[in-house]
Design a protein around this ligand. Sequence first.
Ligand code: 5GP
Ligand code: ZN
Length: 120
Amino acid sequence: MHSPDCIFCKIIAGTIPGQKVFESDRVLAFRDIAPAAPVHILIIPKKHIPSMNDLAAEDAAVIGEIMLAAQQLAREEGIAESGYRLINNCGKEGGQVVYHIHFHLLGGRPLGELLARQAL
Ligand code: 5GP
Ligand code: ZN
């Protein structure tokens, strides 16, 4: 279930520290080490799923739990009303760096446009 070289699996296992803000049987959330906004939380399944491309039908429930954890965390962090963004980066051009699927919960300041505009 855990992948020995995966940094997020190590945070789940407690072998490297993480500032945990939510934990259930199947989901963990912790603060991003390099926050891009006043609230920047990473929400992950405890099961090592590398990316969106690796999701299977059996993972649907845990992804639903992640969405509900995001909703709860937004409320607890005081950004439910002001607004927030939930992001998954997938693969090289999606900007994924850590290959344990995760959702970024970002808020606490105006986040601007969805993407920096560049020539296509
Ligand atoms: P990605 O680019 O893969 O979507 O996002 C990976 C995120 O993980 C980045 O925002 C990065 O700051 C964060 N990150 C990388 N290593 C660690 C770590 O050891 N601890 C925590 N809390 N966050 C990390
Ligand atoms: Zn992992």
